[in-house]
Write a protein that binds this ligand. Structure first.
Ligand SMILES: [Zn+2]
Ligand SMILES: [Zn+2]
Length: 442
């Protein structure tokens, strides 16, 4: 156990329950199948004890497996780092620039987001990864990305072994005379192998080859995405915030210039923030180095503006048909059944008369927040998710029922602190929102 704990840091032993989820079960099964089959096939194809080449091949296989598992378990058990429950900024004045998380009963530090799966606010959250059944964030970003690099490398090596084994076995272990192949093929056992290569062994090798090739392509693509995130120092969520910031500025024509604050201006500088020799990334996950023209709360203020803007611009819908919250509802039409969004985001059950503030949608499904009564709001509840489009009808702004909501929206806009930093022409933005609202209401 001591030996194990030097490799894998268990923050809490109860974290082991993260293994009981389809993601880690499938991921570990694929690792187990590919590495076991690669080792067995190596014994048949390239017996490790006879030649240096065979030994190197076998040692490398073990090496891949150990490195992949080391990074995988660290990504899972070290975790992304969570903002302490009930966290407040050191300077109380700064709290006004931050969002409050009702579930964690604390403020959301810059770059952190609340993950519904982990049920905590996660430091520099990128996304919740079902394969590690944990979030990818500040502390495990390097382990996660190393895993994404090593898994395709290991799988490519395994795939070569599978192909060579099948090739040599199918063609009766013919001797290789390829001048292009640099491996010393004379060393390959050309007589009866130690293990018989039967039809089931062939089928198992073919299956493992499929898994290895699939993993190489899928995980390899994820690696490039994560490298882009690291080299720009901009998480997937932050890319989305930036996009919305540009959209907001264009929509209200406020004349603001949005500078993403965490890009340090060089790929190498950004890379060194995440990858360090000690394995622990730079920083405490709360205070971040920023662009000279920005400050610690540049992005959090932008998020607050977007939140208010979202309320103003979200479209109100009334539920006209009950919905039980099923992923693929049988009674809502074939298109709704087959076009269910491929996401782990929840579906929300609806009852006739409910009001929804929709923020996005597809042709057959919509995503939004259910408008809750005051008691539910006080309890910190939030009901947000997908529902079939045919269950709702758009509310018109000129209906009496909507008057109260538009008042509420107006209040939201006016509730913004008047003393936000001067670099944003906030008054101008407020005026633009008011204008947009009044023209929409007409
Ligand atoms: Zn939270
Ligand atoms: Zn999570």
């Amino acid at each position: 156990m001591k030996f194990l704990s030097t490799f894998v840091t268990f923050e809490n032993l109860h974290e082991v329950r993260r293994l009981c989820h389809w993601g880690p079960i499938i991921a570990l099964s694929v690792i187990a199948i590919c590495s076991t089959m690669a080792m067995l096939d190596s014994i048949i194809w390239y017996w490790p004890l006879d030649t240096i080449g065979g030994s190197i091949n076998f040692i490398m296989l073990i090496n891949w497996t150990v490195l992949i598992l080391y990074n995988y378990f660290n990504a899972m058990f070290v975790g992304p780092g969570y903002i302490p429950l009930g966290w407040k900024p050191e300077n109380q004045h700064d709290a006004q620039y931050l969002q409050y998380c009702r579930i964690c009963q604390g403020y959301k530090a810059p770059r952190s987001h609340h993950c519904r799966k982990c049920n905590r606010c996660v430091m520099k959250m990128d996304h919740h990864c079902p394969w590690i059944n944990n979030c990818c964030g500040h502390l495990n970003h390097a382990y996660f990305t190393s895993f994404l690099l090593l898994a395709p490398l290991g799988c490519s090596h395994a795939a070569i072994i599978f192909i060579m084994t099948m090739y040599t076995q199918l063609y009766e272990r013919i001797s290789f005379g390829w001048s292009t192949v640099k491996i010393d093929m004379s060393a390959v056992r050309q007589f009866q192998p130690l293990m018989p290569f039967s039809v089931p062994a062939f089928a198992a090798t073919l299956f493992a080859l499929g898994l290895a090739l699939g993993t190489t392509i899928a995980v390899g693509m994820l690696f490039f995405i994560q490298m882009k995130v690291i080299l720009r120092n901009k998480t997937s969520i932050e890319s989305w915030i930036e996009e919305k910031a540009k959209d907001r500025i264009q929509h209200y024509q406020t004349g603001e210039e949005f500078i993403f604050p965490y890009d340090l201006g060089g790929r190498w500088l950004n890379f060194k923030q995440v990858f360090t020799w000690s394995g622990t990334p730079k920083g405490d996950g709360i205070v971040w180095p920023v662009h000279p023209k920005c400050h610690q709360h540049t992005l959090t203020i932008e998020q607050l503006k977007q939140k208010a803007d979202k309320r103003v611009r979200s479209v109100q819908y009334q539920v006209v048909e009950d919905y039980n919250g099923a992923c693929c509802p049988l009674r809502k039409g074939l298109q709704t059944f087959f076009r269910t969004p491929c996401t782990e985001e929840p579906r929300i059950p609806l009852s006739k008369g409910d009001i929804i503030l929709a923020t996005r949608g597809t042709k057959w499904w919509m995503y939004g927040d259910k408008v809750l009564n005051e008691e539910e709001m006080k309890a910190g509840d939030r009901v947000r998710g997908w529902f079939p489009r045919r269950c709702v009808e758009k509310c018109h702004y000129d209906t009496a029922a909507n008057e109260s909501t538009s008042d509420k929206k107006q209040t939201t806009v006016l509730d913004w602190p008047t003393h936000w930093p001067d670099f944003t022409p906030l008054e101008n933005l407020r005026r633009r929102i008011k204008e947009t609202r009044s023209s929409e209401c007409r």
